[in-house]
Write a protein that binds this ligand. Structure first.
Ligand SMILES: [Zn+2]
Length: 70
């Protein structure tokens, strides 16, 4: 795993309170050894979900359904 910002080496790490909002929140993520950039599993998961949503919207587009029905 390499850093998106500096392409440095990222190490797997347990990150507690990544956004400073909840003190009990601990997630598994990665931290860049060079610039300190943090990518947590939640961010990666959200990216996967948003990509899937775009694909679903394209398929279920109402204009597409009309074309299929006609
Ligand atoms: Zn970095």
């Amino acid at each position: 795993m390499t850093c998106e910002r500096c392409h440095g080496l990222m190490v797997s790490e347990r990150i507690c309170d990544p956004q400073g909002m909840s003190s009990d929140l601990c997630v598994d993520g990665y931290r860049c050894l060079l610039c300190g950039n943090i990518v947590d599993a939640t961010i990666l998961e959200n990216r996967r979900h948003s990509t899937g949503t775009i694909e679903t919207r394209t398929v279920s587009d109402p204009h597409m359904s009309r074309l299929v029905a006609a």
